[in-house]
Design a protein around this ligand. Structure first.
Ligand SMILES: C[S@@+](CC[C@H](N)C(=O)[O-])C[C@H]1O[C@@H](n2cnc3c(N)ncnc32)[C@H](O)[C@@H]1O
Length: 388
């Protein structure tokens, strides 16, 4: 299906052209081709020009997509209940949030924990983008100025191991992925090349020199032409999170599937999607720098990486089950609502967060534990670890 996208304004087009020139420069320096992962990294993270590294609004109604914390404080308040249980079990600790977007999740988690007398010692935010750091500070200052002093912004993961919680909502889907195509039972890395001063996919060449470093589990058998992607950075990333946790839980929330569903024979074109002004489409070369490029998450790969570093998978389920288990309905009841309109808006937000047709089923939550044995409340209704 061809999606008709809104035409960007002149200054946005100029910005994209600048990034395109930079990507073409990099591509020529790499003998005329880039892996898809390198292209995605440049499109999203080139300093000052990449989608996540320039000052444009991405999140929320005026941006390109809406994440759960943007949709309603109920998401973060429910998540806070899970954080509260972990912090209480640990008798205190810190929270580290990675890629904190507008800062709304941090603010609403802190407010809920403050209400329940369970604040973390520190709330660290690891944020790479300077403009998002500023936006996060402004959000926290306007929603809970009394808690701003507890928040510390970091450029890298904490050097000293922490006791506590590491949180990441919709971070993994924004990481560069390698795309591959199956030809003659082998996976070939898909490259990006230049044609008439624009970018396009190269045809994978079937030659031994071009064999990809992509390695997939033997149990997966793909037919010829099958195209998908793999996040080769996922394992080192989980290792680095694990490294900075002495005792506690990593909670990752994102859209994706267990591996058997991810690489299902019917999903022949992979999961790479692009988002611009709330339109979703599948052309990653459309005005680089102006749109988000994402891929779904292989949750089995997360579980495998955790096991390799001797972390326990404490739970895995759909977002709807997790939120209800944490007490979403109770959080909704406790929200101060004065008008019928507010009530309707809150109900609509609950619907989007939990309906199987919206975020309820596609989004999953996985919890990884280190030296943490207590069963987590978020998986009390449903736990699907067996599916990983
Ligand atoms: C889709 S946004 C989600 C923002 C926010 N968590 C939310 O839910 O609204 C993805 C964010 O993850 C960040 N990100 C991606 N990879 C990262 C990494 N390796 N370390 C830190 N942040 C990362 C991006 O810069 C971006 O801000």
């Amino acid at each position: 299906m061809v999606v008709k996208l809104p035409i960007p304004k002149k200054d946005a087009l100029d910005h994209s052209q600048q990034l395109l020139e930079y990507i073409l420069f990099q591509l020529r320096a790499q003998h005329g081709s880039l892996s898809f992962a390198s292209y995605m990294a440049l499109a999203l993270y080139t300093p000052g020009l990449g989608y996540y590294s320039c000052g444009t609004q991405k999140l929320g109604a005026g941006g390109d997509f809406i994440t759960a914390p943007e949709l309603s404080p109920l998401f973060s308040k429910s998540l806070a209940r899970q954080c509260q249980q972990i912090l209480q079990t640990l008798a205190g600790g810190d929270i580290v949030e990675i890629g904190a977007g507008s800062g709304k999740m941090a603010a609403h988690i802190l407010l809920e924990l403050e209400k329940n007398h369970s604040l973390p010692a520190q709330y660290y935010i690891l944020e790479l983008s300077a403009d998002l750091k500023k936006r996060q500070k402004d959000t926290i200052f306007s929603l809970c100025p009394q808690l701003l002093s507890r928040v510390i912004w970091l450029n890298t993961l904490p050097e000293k191991k922490i006791n506590g919680i590491i949180l990441a909502n919709e971070v993994l889907d924004a990481m560069p992925v390698h795309q591959f195509k199956i030809l003659n039972h082998r996976a070939y890395n898909i490259h990006v090349i230049e044609e008439q001063h624009a970018l396009k996919y190269a045809c994978p060449h079937v030659s031994d020199n071009e064999r990809t470093e992509i390695e997939l589990a033997d149990c997966l058998s793909f037919s010829d032409g099958y195209t998908s992607e793999i996040n080769l950075n996922l394992k080192p990333w989980i290792f680095s999170l694990s490294d900075c946790l002495q005792k506690g839980v990593i909670l990752l929330i994102d859209y994706g599937f267990p591996r058997t569903e991810y690489y299902h024979p019917d999903r022949r074109m992979g999961t790479v999607m692009c988002h611009y002004r709330h339109y979703a489409h599948s052309d990653p070369f459309w005005y680089p720098g102006l749109q988000d490029i994402t891929a779904h998450v292989d949750f089995t790969a997360i579980a495998e990486a955790a096991t390799e570093v001797e972390m326990d998978v404490l739970g895995y389920c759909e977002q709807a089950a997790f939120l209800f288990s944490c007490g979403l309905a109770d959080c909704a009841e406790q929200t101060m609502i004065t008008t019928q309109k507010e009530k309707i808006l809150q109900n609509q937000a609950i619907q989007v967060l939990t309906s199987p047709a919206e975020m309820g089923e596609l989004f999953k939550v996985i919890a990884l534990g280190r030296n943490f044995d207590e069963p987590l409340i978020g998986f009390s209704l449903i736990d699907r670890r067996y599916a990983l």
